[in-house]
Design a protein around this ligand. Structure first.
Ligand code: 13P
Length: 294
């Protein structure tokens, strides 16, 4: 079932679990993600950023492929533009057939972030898509951005931001970061702030930087109100490791078998993550319709 993120995230919000949003740049990843969701009876979101589309996974090719795969399974599947930077990215994603968009104007001033997000949210809603926004700023793990507390989301500002923009879910900065942390480093998350954000906003909240944060942090983040967790780095690492191992074992391996080895390793990782964040077995909820797109 190909749907926007809206209903699946509200169900997660009301029932205190989180849905994975996994970056996907090719067919093997799409198959791994959608098959995992079907086997785990879980909703899932496939994400792709403008940078990833430029580098490899063209959105105009991926969107119809993912939609076709999603329509063959019973679980809710969304395809979301990750970190859309401007109106150009958003209109392209809508044209390609994405079911959701994120507008990331978190590097702008508060007022400009509101202005840009409001515009994108109303455009997305008019086309039947959901809209994610970011307030505060989730930076890069290799620059220790997760420790810059002045970039964390302010609960008072967040209330005004959501009321003025009408975004469907909000990415918050509470101590995670994108990419790989230094060896052995486990981020310290600001759970008090997260609890306060949830109490104040009473809506689906998003955690970016879901790789390398550790199961305990992730479980606690879900318990404190996170409903969507973005994961890219760890998935790519699992695929790369499985590919290297398969090649080492048999340098003459058939290319398709090499792709399948990576796909199977990604599936194992995704299914385990879904169990940790509580989305496994949850799609079968009474009366779920989702927002079916044309
Ligand atoms: P990771 O790099 O931690 O996987 O985060 C991905 C992400 O948040 C994409 O938006």
């Amino acid at each position: 079932m190909y749907v926007s993120m809206k209903d699946m995230l509200w169900h997660a919000h009301k029932n205190q679990y989180a849905v994975m949003a996994i970056n996907c740049v090719n067919m093997e990843q799409a198959k791994a993600i959608i098959q995992s969701a079907e086997e785990e009876k879980s909703a899932v979101i496939l994400n792709i950023s403008p940078r990833q589309m430029k580098a490899h996974g063209h959105g105009d090719i991926l969107a119809p492929m993912i939609k076709g795969m999603a329509e063959k399974v019973s679980v809710p599947i969304a395809f979301n533009l990750d970190h859309g930077a401007d109106l150009g990215d958003i209109t392209k994603a809508i044209k390609y057939g994405f079911s959701s968009v994120m507008i990331d104007s978190s590097s702008y001033t508060f007022e400009e972030n509101i202005r840009r997000t409001q515009l994108v949210a109303s455009l997305a809603h008019s086309m039947g898509l959901s809209c994610e926004a970011e307030l505060g700023h989730v930076g890069m793990a290799n620059q220790a951005d997760n420790e810059k507390r002045d970039l964390y989301t302010d609960p008072g500002q967040a209330k005004e931001f959501v009321e003025k923009t009408g975004c469907d879910c909000l990415a918050v900065a509470i101590g995670t970061a994108h990419g790989s942390y230094p060896q052995g480093f486990v981020p310290r998350l600001d759970f008090e702030r997260l609890r306060l954000l949830k109490q104040t906003l009473k809506m689906p909240l998003v955690l970016h930087g879901g790789s390398g944060a550790g199961d305990e942090n992730i479980k606690k983040a879900v318990a404190c109100g996170i409903n969507k967790i973005n994961v890219c780095t760890d998935l790519f690492k699992h695929a790369r490791k499985a590919t290297a191992q398969a090649l080492e074992k048999n340098p003459e391996i058939d290319y398709m078998d090499l792709c399948i080895a990576a796909q199977n390793a990604m599936k194992e990782f995704i299914k385990e993550y879904m169990r940790v964040i509580g989305s496994s077995g949850r799609y079968n909820f009474e009366g779920y319709k989702g927002v079916e797109l044309d």
